[in-house]
Design a protein around this ligand. Structure first.
Ligand code: CS2
Length: 506
């Protein structure tokens, strides 16, 4: 790819032509284009969750694998489905699925047009429906990025939440399923009936032991309807685990202007991403793109990679988001560049989140240094609101599990408690205005009502919040709950700087 150090942003004017398969050869020569004809692709992969992360990660690796395989690779086009909203399909369809990935590092940008999305699907309005597509014998892989919230799990047990509204809806066989798990079960049911080889189901989300967890949720769902289907899935379907890593923020208007300036055509669905990309996949049987030729790594055991990623990066992301917002920062890069909070983030990784990782102290120091540099990349505007969303689902894996492991061996947990106290503060009346954030959480109404019910009593607030077993699991020791209560009292008095200083000074 060519380096472009100065970008000329162009306001995509109404008469600027939209990027599509017919005008691909007119894309400026400074931008890399697919080395295959996207028109010639056939779909071998069905993807659930056509969001920014998928388009900045798997779609890129798949494009490079197709390029390296030549005509053999053309069967690995991706049919990519948006599970609920029509926004992304509406933006991508007029572009025949083409879009630009802009790799940003400081003021360097490298652009590449991605053409591996052979078909764009809007699941709720799709003519065929996802289960029928999954049962198409050409589909050898079903990949998914639906975020942890899309797994319809009970966070403290990681088993299917049978009371989840989408699960309840999907258990009615005459209805088109809404959830990823419901769709997979229906699709596998069709494959079993047809008597074919099932596709391999690959979770690409930050969920702990993602393949194992997804397999269990799928079996839990199937068992509610048909024990024989559940047993068949258990015996015949592979759910490899993966570790996925690339920071891909939500697209902003500036991205559209930069893409137009670089392409000379209008792209309404470009992606910005950091240069770093990692994908570690557990070995599985069956046909697949040669992803390993394009940067992915196949291993026997994904767990050590996944644990390190979830704890060091994703856990620290949560700290930076919750504390960052309370300290007045809008993005993760800003929060990591705050001297106090940046130091807290570094120590959080080294002293708390490193628990259980198979890394020597030198390896850990190297990883932490590289991670801090990635988090500080000023060209990646990852909003704290975005990272902090769905905290009630994400806290368990990213913060609570390492916190418990630290408590058991008497290691420090203070920085994790600060993250939790700041998350609780997000539920205070008026927090959205005060911290200039947008809060999204499946339990938001409950959490805000809980805060309101004891807002003037920080100790009680800490007790009530942490007693929510579905989020926090078993009861925390009293001293820990008291410490959170103490922090909440200071936060309510607007003393975030003092709390951070106290935690740093131990
Ligand atoms: C983030 C992740 O949104 C989040 O919860 O922590 O999306 C993170 O950016 C990626 O996992 C990085 O690989």
């Amino acid at each position: 790819m060519k380096d472009i150090r100065t970008i000329t942003s162009a306001k995509p004017s109404a008469n600027m032509e939209r990027l599509n398969r017919r005008n691909l050869d007119r894309v400026s020569s400074t931008v890399k284009r697919p080395e295959f004809d996207p028109e010639a692709l056939r779909c071998g992969i069905l993807h659930l969750g056509c969001g920014a992360f998928h388009r900045g990660h798997q779609a890129v690796v798949t494009q490079h694998a197709i390029e390296l395989e030549g005509s053999e690779g053309l069967r690995w086009g991706i049919a990519s489905a948006s599970m609920h909203r029509p926004t992304t399909p509406e933006l991508l369809r007029p572009q025949n699925g083409l879009y630009t990935v802009m790799e940003r590092d400081g003021d360097t940008v490298r652009a590449e047009v991605i053409g591996s999305l052979a078909e764009i699907i809007h699941a709720p309005s799709d003519r065929l429906g996802l289960p029928a597509r999954m049962a198409d014998p050409a589909i050898r892989l079903v990949t998914m990025t639906v975020t942890a919230n899309g797994y319809t799990l009970e966070p403290s047990s990681d088993r299917l939440n049978v009371d989840h509204p989408h699960v309840v809806h999907d258990l009615e066989p005459s209805r088109r399923p809404k959830s990823a798990v419901g769709n997979i079960v229906r699709g596998l049911g069709l494959v079993r009936k047809r008597g074919g080889v099932p596709p391999v189901i690959i979770s690409c989300d930050n969920v702990s032991s993602n393949g194992v967890t997804l397999r269990q949720a799928v079996i839990d769902f199937a068992a509610l309807e048909d024990d024989r289907l559940a047993a068949w899935i258990g015996e015949h379907v592979q759910f490899p685990c993966t570790m996925v890593d690339r920071i891909v923020p939500v697209t902003r208007p500036l991205d559209l202007a930069d893409a137009a300036g670089m392409l000379g055509l209008s792209d309404q669905a470009p992606i910005s991403a950091e240069p770093f990309l990692a994908w570690v996949i557990e070995h599985f049987e069956g046909e697949r793109p040669r992803w390993e030729r394009a940067g992915a790594r196949f291993v026997n055991k994904v767990e050590p990679f996944e644990l390190a990623k979830l704890r060091l990066l994703n856990g620290t992301h949560m700290l930076l988001a919750y504390v960052g917002a309370v300290a007045g920062h809008a993005t993760i890069a800003e929060a990591s560049r705050d001297a106090r909070l940046g130091e807290l983030a570094r120590r959080f990784m080294v002293n708390e989140q490193s628990i259980g990782l198979e890394l020597s102290s030198e390896e850990l120091a190297g990883d932490v240094g590289r991670l801090m540099a990635r988090l500080r990349n000023p060209a990646i505007r990852h909003e704290v609101s975005r990272i902090g969303r769905n905290g009630s689902i994400k806290l368990a894996t990213r913060i609570m599990t390492p916190l418990w492991e630290n408590l058991q061996v008497g290691r420090p947990v203070d920085i994790a408690l600060l993250a939790i106290a700041c998350w609780i503060s997000w539920m205070a009346p008026g927090a959205e205005q005060r911290y200039a954030i947008k809060i999204q959480d499946p339990h938001l109404a409950r959490l805000q009502a809980l805060y309101l019910s004891c807002q003037n009593q920080p100790a009680l607030l800490a007790r009530r919040f942490t007693a929510q077993e579905d989020i926090f699991g078993k009861a925390l020791p009293e001293s820990v709950v008291d410490r959170i209560g103490g922090m909440l009292g200071q936060l309510q008095a607007g003393e975030i700087q003092a709390v951070m200083a106290d935690v740093l000074n131990g």
